[in-house]
Structures are given as structure tokens and as C-alpha cells.
Design a protein around this ligand. Structure first.
Ligand code: 1HN
Length: 357
């Protein structure tokens, strides 16, 4: 048998920049362009920049907004934290929205629903509730609350002082897909049919109802509120356990889980609470998460983007994807965060790296 012959057709030597430019001009009116001239970045990271919103700055502005616009006028009295590199987008990263919402005693934020998923992290104040598809959830500082896509939700404040929380939404995803639907409920409030206590006592104790499958196929996460008290307890037990050591970059860190699946509480967003013990000196770290942190308690330092930021209670920090950062804590620090990790893991994109510093 003869060895296979190399193909015989002639591959021309091409080097005619004038003809190439003419070709490019020729195909442009047909909405075609040469891939070989693509200028898009093909490296990890985005145009987003790290940024901090100190609560000492945002808190008085939230109060000022209360004197300028009623909850009714505003629908939601939210100060949007917009990434300085994404002016005009209203997004804190390319994939996430974050805002700070204030509600005064007696106010109601009327019921509506939309396709974006929303989460709340309660920052300050007692007596507020949110009602999610008729399940009434009391909100305490440090609590993490889930508002799934297309669930009716209204908020109210039955306490004696203002209540502030951080809203996190996946609106950029919905915008990317062109799937943003939204409607207002006919009344200000959606009829309440039960309290979240029932879901906590059913799903919050490592037990599932035997007929749970039915609920699972509804797609609704069965647990809508994760109390700070229990999260803190879980973290302090983890930290006290002799066979657990802190993560070199993240300290002691727990992920909020859908108790029926062990998965994330949303299809897009992941949420975490971490504890940096006093004296913690973290290793430099980066991941593809678009991450928003909110200091729940204590204080820490973060080195990111060539700057060192001192963070204290309720300050907000955004860390863009694949940006290196490093935590240090002199006294202890409790940090809530949410990211787009759920979507990235599902899509096979998510990566992380520990760096030697
Ligand atoms: C929304 O519905 C709320 O329900 C808060 O409190 C912030 C930001 C963008 C779109 C919808 C809320 C929001 C939002």
C-alpha cells in the first residue's frame, strides 16, 4: 500500500492588505465581519471596577430621600449602587443589580411581580416584613430573604423606626435574554395566607415532608428566609470545631442552600455568610464571581485593585470577576455576600484561584 499522499491543491501565499480591506468593506453592508479582526477581549475579567459604598455615607442619603419622595411615589425607595465603570446601566456588575432600600414605619411598598429573582439582606431596623406569594416574612437585621422569580411581593414596616435592607437582583440576566416581564397586583398588598415560620419549621431542620416531590416540581425554593441568628450559630460552631480550619482566603464561609436540593437558593445567584476570625490574614484570591459583600458585623480590611479599603458594619463592597483581593481582620468580621456563582456553575464557567502573595 502506498502511503497517503499530501493533498495536492495549492494553498496560496496571501499578503494583500489592500484587497483584505476592500473585502471587509464589501461584506460590511451584509452585516458580516471577519472574525480574524475581532477586537473583543478574550480574557477573564470585565470592565467593572472594585468599589465601596460606606454606610456612613449612604445611611444619611437614604434618610434624606425619605424627605423627598414617599414610598407610594417611589414604589420602592431604593438608592441604586451603580458600578462607576457602568454609568447609566443601573448595574453594580455586568450580571447583578444591588440597591439599598429604606422603608419608614407605616409605609407599604405595593405588591408586584417580575421575572428577575430578588434577594434581601436586612441591614438595620426592626418591624419590617415582606410578603412573598402570600407568605409573610418578618425581617430581622442580618436575615437573608429569597424572593423567587415571578413571586408577588410587597413590603411593610410595622415597627417604630426606619428599616433598611440591601436588594440584590439578577435583572442583567433577564435583560440579556430579553425576558423581563413585570406586573402590579390590583391591590397594594397580596393576601397573606401563612407566615414563613411554617416553612422554617418544616424545611429548616434537616427534614423534608415525605410528599415533598410535588413542591419541588413547582420550582419554588421551599425556604424563603434564613435567620441571622441561626446562620451565626452555624458559623460559630464551625469555627469552634477542632477539625475545621478556616479557608486560607475566605475564613469560615458557609453557602446558603436550598434545603430540598442542596443547591443554590436561585438559578442565578448564590449567597454566603463568612466569618473572619480576629487576626485573620487572608491569602490573595480571585474567582469569576461577580461578588457583592455587605459587612454584617465587625470590621475588616480588603486589598483590591491596588487599594486598601477599611470596611465597617453595613458597608458594601463590589469585587469584579477575576479581580484579586485579600481580606484581613484585626477584630472579628461577619460578611454577607451574593454573587452570580449559581449561574456560572450551571453553565460550566465558574473558576477560582488562590494566589501566593
Ligand atoms: C424590586 O422589585 C424591588 O421589590 C427592589 O423591593 C429593587 C430593583 C429593580 C427591579 C425591581 C422590591 C428592585 C426591584
Amino acid at each position: 500500500m502506498n502511503a497517503p499522499q499530501p493533498h495536492s491543491f495549492h494553498v496560496p501565499e496571501v499578503n494583500d492588505p489592500v484587497a483584505l480591506a476592500a473585502f471587509k468593506a464589501q461584506i460590511a453592508p451584509l452585516s458580516l465581519m471577519p472574525l480574524w479582526e475581532r477586537t473583543n477581549r478574550l480574557v477573564p475579567g470585565s470592565e467593572c471596577v472594585p468599589a465601596v459604598w460606606p454606610y456612613a455615607q449612604t445611611r444619611p442619603l437614604l434618610e434624606q430621600a425619605c424627605g423627598l419622595i414617599s414610598k407610594k411615589q417611589a414604589d420602592r425607595r431604593v438608592l441604586v449602587m451603580e458600578n462607576p465603570a457602568l454609568r447609566g446601566s443601573s448595574y453594580i456588575t455586568n450580571s447583578l443589580f444591588a440597591g439599598l432600600q429604606i422603608i419608614l414605619p407605616g409605609e407599604v411598598a405595593p405588591s408586584h411581580r417580575h421575572t428577575p429573582n430578588a434577594l434581601r439582606f436586612v441591614v438595620e431596623g426592626e418591624g419590617a416584613y415582606t410578603s412573598v406569594d402570600g407568605i409573610k416574612i418578618q425581617m430581622q437585621p442580618g436575615d437573608f430573604v429569597v424572593t423567587p422569580a415571578w413571586a408577588w411581593h410587597d413590603h411593610g414596616n410595622l415597627g417604630n423606626g426606619p428599616v433598611v435592607w440591601m436588594d440584590g437582583l439578577d435583572t442583567p440576566f433577564v435583560g440579556l435574554f430579553g425576558a423581563h416581564f413585570r406586573e402590579n397586583y390590583a391591590d397594594d398588598t397580596y393576601p397573606v395566607h401563612c407566615s414563613a415560620d411554617a416553612s422554617v419549621s418544616t424545611y429548616g431542620f434537616n427534614l423534608l415532608p415525605t410528599q415533598h416531590q410535588r413542591a419541588a416540581t413547582d420550582g419554588q425554593p421551599p425556604l424563603l428566609v434564613y435567620s441571622f441568628e441561626r446562620t451565626r450559630q452555624a458559623l460559630s460552631h464551625l469555627a469552634a470545631s477542632p477539625d475545621q480550619s478556616p479557608d486560607a482566603a475566605q475564613g469560615y464561609k458557609l453557602r446558603y442552600a436550598n434545603p430540598a436540593t442542596g443547591g443554590y437558593p436561585f438559578t442565578t445567584m448564590a449567597a454566603f455568610m463568612q466569618w473572619l476570625p480576629s487576626g485573620f490574614r487572608g491569602q490573595a484570591y480571585r474567582s469569576t464571581d461577580n461578588a457583592i459583600f455587605n459587612v454584617a458585623e465587625g470590621s475588616c480590611r480588603v486589598e483590591v485593585g491596588g487599594q486598601t479599603h477599611h470596611l465597617t458594619a453595613h458597608d458594601v463592597l463590589v469585587v469584579p470577576p477575576w479581580e484579586t483581593y485579600r481580606f484581613e481582620a484585626d477584630s472579628h468580621c461577619m460578611l454577607f455576600s451574593f454573587t452570580d456563582r449559581a449561574a456560572q456553575v450551571a453553565l460550566g464557567f465558574w473558576r477560582e484561584e488562590y494566589l501566593s502573595s
